[in-house]
Write a protein that binds this ligand. Structure first.
Ligand code: ADP
Ligand code: MG
Length: 261
């Protein structure tokens, strides 16, 4: 018999995820579902486990407890990582963009974007190149194909990093503070690209302190503290009437840092 079609099955499904560094229990029973085209913004104080959480979703960190399923496939099952071939599949399905852009300095922009699809997805040179050029156009950098990363501004580097992640045609994109290393005047161009991706239906999980972006783009804001999700809800609710005192004090601290125009 055919398997029943489950509508809107989550792309990312996390249950009771736990992770320690030595005696430091960094993640403590995280539950989360990310559905197709959903945009979830994760906020919370420094050290609350946001980066570790994202890194557990693409196998960069090994969780010790709980379950992570990506596109229906187990990445972590009852605290055990799956094998290397499964890990490669997860790394195709899950694109990640970091605060530090991690472009390859010795490759021009075009080749930065072509590399992974050539080696992991086995695209031909022509396919990889035409895809890379299309992605560069999408992030507004068609004219930068032939330059080396060192000649780009931070905002341009991050847009190339986004194009590079998209080149694997991921099912979900993870962003870990993608604009935190940028000069303030360059933040907008990166957020703009992310907003476009969201409007095109990309499924995204984003750690950011950009509260205006979260308000405009997120379906759900998740608040983490000390390795736990302390509350989650639509941005309007989290920002205007947070339930938790810890959310209120965190938001106050962050919002007082935002420039007032
Ligand atoms: P956030 O991204 O919310 O600032 P992190 O996930 O980076 O938080 O860190 C959560 C906690 O885990 C912190 O206490 C941090 O010091 C610790 N931590 C993160 N990475 C490592 C590591 N590789 N080794 C040891 N401790 C780590
Ligand atoms: Mg972090």
């Amino acid at each position: 018999m055919d398997e029943p079609i489950v509508m809107d099955e989550p792309i990312v499904s996390v249950r009771q995820l736990g992770k320690s560094f030595g005696a430091n229990r960094v993640l403590q029973g995280i539950d989360m579902d990310v559905h197709p085209s959903q945009v979830i913004v994760v906020i919370g104080p420094s050290g609350s486990g946001k980066s570790t959480f994202l890194r557990c979703l693409n196998g960069l960190e090994t969780a010790e407890e709980g379950t992570v399923r990506i596109c229906g496939h187990a990445l972590v099952e009852h605290g055990k990582m799956i094998d290397e071939s499964g890990l490669n599949r997860v790394r195709r399905d899950v694109g990640m963009v970091f605060q530090s852009f991690n472009l390859f300095p010795h490759l021009n922009v075009l080749h930065n974007i072509m590399l992974a699809p050539r080696s992991l997805a086995r695209l031909s040179v022509d396919e990889a190149e035409s895809q890379a050029r299309a992605l560069l156009a999408k992030v507004g950098l068609a004219h930068k194909a032939d330059v080396f990363p060192g000649t780009l501004s931070g905002g341009q580097k991050q847009r190339v990093a986004i194009a590079r992640a998209l080149a694997m045609r991921p099912q979900v994109m993870l962003f870990d503070e993608p604009t935190s290393a940028l000069d303030p005047e360059l933040v907008g161009e990166v957020l703009q690209v992310m907003q476009t991706l969201a409007s095109e239906g990309m499924t995204m999980l984003i750690v950011t302190h950009e509260m205006n972006f979260a308000r405009d783009v997120a379906d759900t804001v998740v608040v983490m503290d000390h390795g736990k999700v302390i509350e989650a809800g639509p941005p309007t609710q989290i920002f205007s009437s947070p339930r938790e005192a810890r959310t209120r004090s965190f938001l106050q601290a962050v919002l007082s840092r935002e420039p007032t125009l």
